[in-house]
Ligand binder design. Structure first.
Ligand SMILES: [Mg+2]
Length: 247
C-alpha cells in the first residue's frame, strides 16, 4: 500500500469518473483488433501489429504535446481524437507510400471506442452512488465514442463532459472546472475517480479535488507519480468508503 494522504473527513456531494480503463476496459488488444478491421476494410498492405506500432509513435507524440500543463494558454489549438488519429494514419500511409483513406480509418477508431466492455463492478458501484451523490463523467474522448458508450450502460449520469465538448484534455484544470460547473459543486465537495496517475490524479490534485485511483492491476506508485488521496482496486469499494465517512 502506498503512503496515501489521509481520508477526507466528510463525504462528497459529487463523484466524477474518468471513463476508459476506469468504467470500461480499453487495452491494446482492443486496439489491435480494431486495426485488423481497418486493414481488412481498406485492403491495406499492413500486418495489424506493424500498422499499430507505426501509428502509435505518432499518436503518443500527439498525447505528449497536446497540453502545456505549466501554462495551458500555450497549448496548441485543440484537436479532436478523430482529427489527430486521422492525421496519424495519413502520416503512416504517406511514409509507407500507401494510398488509403486516413479519415475513414480515424472515424473507425472513434466508432470502435463506443463499444468497449463495461467492467463488472461499474454498474453496481454507480447504482449504489446514484441518489446519494451527483454522479458525472469527464473523459478525454470524442463525443461519438463517449455518448453511445455511456448510454449503453443504462445509468442516468447527472453530467457528462468530454474533451471534445469542452475543447480541453485532462490534466488541464479547465477540464475539471467544466465538470465541477456542470455538477454545480465546489472542489472540496467532489471526488474524481480515474486510472491514470497523470491525467486523473495529478490533474485532480491540482484542482484541490479528492482523488481516487482505481488500480485494478496492483501497480506500484513510482517516485515521480502523483499521490492519490484514496486507492481502490474495485469500484464497489467507493460507496462503502463514502458510507463509512458519512456515519
Ligand atoms: Mg482512463
Amino acid at each position: 500500500m502506498p503512503d496515501l494522504n489521509s481520508l477526507p473527513d466528510r463525504a462528497p456531494k459529487a463523484v466524477a469518473f474518468d471513463c476508459y480503463r476506469t468504467l470500461v476496459s480499453n487495452d491494446h488488444d482492443d486496439w489491435r483488433v480494431m486495426f485488423g478491421q481497418i486493414i481488412k476494410e481498406q485492403n491495406l498492405p499492413f500486418d495489424q501489429n506493424d500498422l499499430w506500432d507505426k501509428w502509435r509513435v505518432c499518436e503518443l507524440q500527439f498525447r505528449a504535446n497536446r497540453t502545456v500543463l505549466e501554462d495551458t494558454a500555450q497549448s496548441p489549438p485543440f484537436k479532436s481524437y478523430e482529427q489527430a488519429w486521422s492525421e496519424c494514419f495519413a502520416h503512416v500511409f504517406d511514409a509507407e507510400r500507401v494510398k488509403a483513406d486516413a479519415a475513414a480509418a480515424g472515424q473507425r477508431c472513434v466508432e470502435h471506442l463506443a463499444r468497449r466492455p463495461v467492467f463488472p463492478d461499474t454498474i453496481p458501484a454507480l447504482q449504489a452512488l446514484i441518489g446519494k451523490v451527483k454522479v458525472g463523467v469527464f473523459s478525454n474522448a470524442d463525443d461519438d465514442s463517449l455518448r453511445p458508450l455511456l448510454k449503453s450502460t443504462g445509468i442516468r449520469f447527472d453530467a457528462i463532459a468530454s474533451s471534445e465538448s469542452t475543447q480541453v484534455y485532462k490534466p488541464a484544470p479547465e477540464a475539471f472546472k467544466a465538470i465541477l460547473n456542470m455538477l454545480e459543486t465546489e472542489p472540496e465537495n467532489m471526488w474524481y475517480v480515474g486510472d491514470h496517475l497523470y491525467d486523473d490524479v495529478q490533474g485532480g490534485n491540482g484542482m484541490g479535488l479528492t482523488t481516487v485511483w482505481i488500480n485494478r492491476t496492483g501497480a506500484e506508485l513510482g517516485p515521480d507519480d502523483a499521490v492519490p488521496d484514496i486507492e481502490i482496486s474495485d469500484l464497489r469499494e467507493l460507496p462503502q468508503i463514502i458510507n463509512s465517512i458519512g456515519k
